[in-house]
Ligand binder design. Sequence first.
Ligand SMILES: [Fe+2]
Ligand SMILES: [Fe+2]
Length: 381
Amino acid sequence: MTATDPELARASNQELIGRADVNDLAEILAITNTDVEATIRTVADNADAIFTWNYDKGERKPLEKLYEKAKTSQWNGETDLPWDVDVDQEAVIAANAAAGLGLDDGVDLTGTPFEKWDEKEWLALGIESQNWMLSQFLHGEQGALLCTAKIVETVPWIDAKYYAATQVMDEARHVEVFAKYLNEKLSGTYPVNAHLGLLLDDIIADSRWDMTYLGMQIMVEGLALAAFGFMHQMTTEPLLKQLLRYVMSDEARHVAFGVLTLKEYYADLTQAELRERQEFAFEAAVRMRDRFLQQEVWERMGIPAADVLPLIKDLPSRVLFQQMLFTKIVPNCKKLGLLDAGDGWLRQKFGEIGVIQFEDLADTGEEYEMFALATGEAGTS
Ligand SMILES: [Fe+2]
Ligand SMILES: [Fe+2]
């Protein structure tokens, strides 16, 4: 097949992400959450619930192994984390800034909205950024809870239904601990970011069972695993550090679940079907990248995001952070054959957004063993 095959007609950026230029800041910022007061959001999931009468456990050995591992790796968010730690958010943010993670790091701010900012405002920005970041992780965790419940219904393999059922419990626990941390230890919450919301809606609404895995286990959870790892390494706050450590031990299994399942399923897809998966992966990557512009934080700080982002988007620390988010996604897409399927469309697109250099890092098919909690580390193991 060639790229001129009408079945493989290339979807444009306009069709995939609603804008021709992937870096068009005005278009990115024009996407906002217009329903911030709502408590409920309804999304049609468009999928059939599938029974299987084949109960042969272990037909898919890697999934069975993952399921057995999950059963003995459960932890209790209420009793296994040190909730009595007194979190001084200002001190934590100040420590992060001192470690060179502040946005004011070595940049000439003359003539910018930051010119007159003093320490108090930088601190406020750091606090809002953390409230925002953990709020988005919380919403993403709920997305994972819903997606995994959907997978229990839609995947046709019994080993995958068993495993997905354990993931539903994991995700309930993650939602629970992030919500508790935000409510008890931080100083405010944010509604779901519009770019993240669009992505979660797209994943839930897709009728094909494997697309739930690609969107959630490979893209959203791949990003979460990288981001949690970064935060776990950086934070000096012991409760958050342990919370992230525990969540990561689960997330590594979840990403492995995606890799192991899709590796088998993609082997039988046509080039045209793989192209749709490539396009979905690219769309998800762009949505996740856009959300990290944290436009709602600038709004709350009273600065137009359009004035600020051109100043900070090319800061080395920011570029590195953005790229780091893709350190799991790109090798996993490679392992699944998505980078080079057809004419290598996804390889080219990941090149355009500056993340293709991670293709040869470790994939997450087996990495979950490394992330496992040590015996006795969790109260229940
Ligand atoms: Fe999770
Ligand atoms: Fe997860």
